[in-house]
Design a protein around this ligand. Structure first.
Ligand SMILES: Nc1ncnc2c1ncn2[C@@H]1O[C@H](COP(=O)(O)OP(=O)(O)OP(=O)(O)O)[C@@H](O)[C@H]1O
Ligand SMILES: [Mg+2]
Length: 305
C-alpha cells in the first residue's frame, strides 16, 4: 500500500513534529491514543479493555513513508510493577513532607493573626496581611486535601453510625447556617444505619457536599439532608436551592482542580468520588440552573455490617 500523498493519517497525530534528517528532509510526527476494545476482549470488571497506543508517523516532503505503532496493554510487566512500587514510596514520602508543612503553616498563620490585630484599619499593610492569611488558609486546605487523598487506600475501618456522624457534621455548620439565615432540615427514615468504613473519610465526603451546598445558596436559602436505607443501600442526599450547575461545567466538576470559586481548590468532589467509589458506592447529582442542586451518595451495606 502506498502512503504517498496520503494526509488523512496525520489527523490521528499530535502537532509535535521532529526533523529526522535535513537532506533528504524526513520528519517524524508523534501521536498517542487510547483505544478501547469491547465485546471479544471483555474484562470482567470494566466490560472492556483499554490499550495505550503510541504512534509515530514518518514522512518526507512528498508524503508519508510509514507509521510506527507501539501498543501497551493492560497487563503490567515486572518493570511497570517496580515503577508503581517506587511511585507509592514517593507518594508516602510526599504525604509525610506535606504533613510536615502543616505545622509551620499553623505558626505562620498565628503570627499573621497577631500582626493583623496590631495594625489599624486605615493601615494599608492590614490588607496585605489579610491576603497572606487567606493564602495560608488555601495552602492549609490543599495540604488537608492532599493528605486525605494519600489516605484513601488506608484501612482504618470501624463501624460508623451514619446518622450520628451526619448530626456531628451539621453541628459544625450550625453557626454558619444561622449567620447566612439558611433554613436547614434533616430527614432520616432509619436512625440505625451503620457502615463499616473509615470515619474520617465519610466525614470528609459529607463536609464537602454540605460546604458546596452552603456556598451555592444565597442568604436565606435552604439546605435539606435526607438519609435513607433502601435495598441494602444507604442513601444520603444533600439538596440546596442555590444557583445550580451550568451545562458547560457539569462534566468537569469531579475533575481534580476544577473550580468556579475564587478560593476553591477544586478537590472536594474529586476526593469525595474517590472515597465513595473506594467503598463500592456511587456519587451523582441532579441540578437545574437557578433552582438548585441535589448531590446523592449511595453506599452498599455489606452482609457483615
Ligand atoms: N451544590 C452545588 N451547587 C452549585 N455548584 C456546585 C455545587 N457543588 C459543586 N459545584 C460546582 O463544582 C465545582 C467543584 O466542586 P468542588 O467541591 O470539587 O471544588 P470547590 O468547591 O470549587 O473547591 P474545594 O476544593 O474548596 O471544595 C465548584 O467549583 C462548583 O462550580
Ligand atoms: Mg467544594
Amino acid at each position: 500500500m502506498s502512503l504517498r500523498h496520503s494526509y488523512v493519517f496525520e489527523d490521528l497525530f499530535t502537532d509535535k513534529s521532529y526533523k529526522l534528517s535535513e537532506d533528504p528532509a524526513i520528519y517524524i510526527k508523534e501521536g498517542s491514543h487510547t483505544v478501547v476494545l469491547e465485546n471479544n476482549f471483555q474484562n470482567e470488571k470494566t466490560g472492556c479493555r483499554t490499550f495505550n497506543v503510541n504512534t509515530a508517523i514518518v514522512r518526507n516532503e512528498q508524503g508519508v513513508l510509514g507509521v510506527i505503532v507501539y501498543c501497551e496493554g493492560e497487563g503490567k510487566s515486572e518493570d511497570d510493577k517496580a515503577t508503581s512500587e517506587s511511585l507509592s514510596v514517593i507518594g508516602e514520602l510526599a504525604a509525610s513532607a506535606v504533613h510536615e508543612i502543616k505545622n509551620p503553616l499553623f505558626s505562620i498563620r498565628g503570627f499573621l493573626q497577631i500582626l493583623d490585630n496590631t495594625l489599624s484599619e486605615s493601615d494599608k499593610r492590614k490588607e496585605y496581611v489579610k491576603i497572606m492569611i487567606s493564602e495560608v488558609d488555601r495552602l492549609e486546605s490543599l495540604t488537608k486535601d492532599f493528605l486525605m487523598l494519600a489516605k484513601i487506600k488506608s484501612d482504618s475501618k470501624e463501624l460508623v453510625w451514619v446518622c450520628e456522624l451526619i448530626k456531628e457534621v451539621i453541628e459544625l455548620y450550625k453557626s454558619s447556617f444561622e449567620k447566612k439565615k439558611i433554613r436547614f432540615r434533616l430527614y432520616m427514615n432509619d436512625e440505625s444505619i451503620f457502615l463499616w468504613a473509615d470515619r474520617d473519610q465519610l466525614e470528609q465526603v459529607f463536609i464537602n457536599l454540605i460546604q458546596n451546598a452552603f456556598e451555592a445558596v444565597e442568604e436565606g436559602g435552604s439546605i435539606d439532608i435526607i438519609v435513607s436505607k433502601l435495598n441494602e443501600k444507604v442513601k444520603v442526599e444533600v439538596k440546596d436551592n442555590g444557583r445550580g450547575i451550568g451545562p458547560e461545567v457539569k462534566d468537569k466538576i469531579f475533575s481534580p482542580f476544577f473550580t468556579t470559586k475564587k478560593n476553591g481548590t477544586g478537590l472536594g468532589l474529586f476526593i469525595s468520588k474517590r472515597i465513595v467509589e473506594n467503598y463500592g458506592g456511587n456519587i451523582y447529582f441532579n441540578s437545574a440552573q437557578e433552582e438548585g442542586t441535589t448531590f446523592v451518595v449511595e453506599f452498599p451495606i455489606g452482609k457483615d455490617h
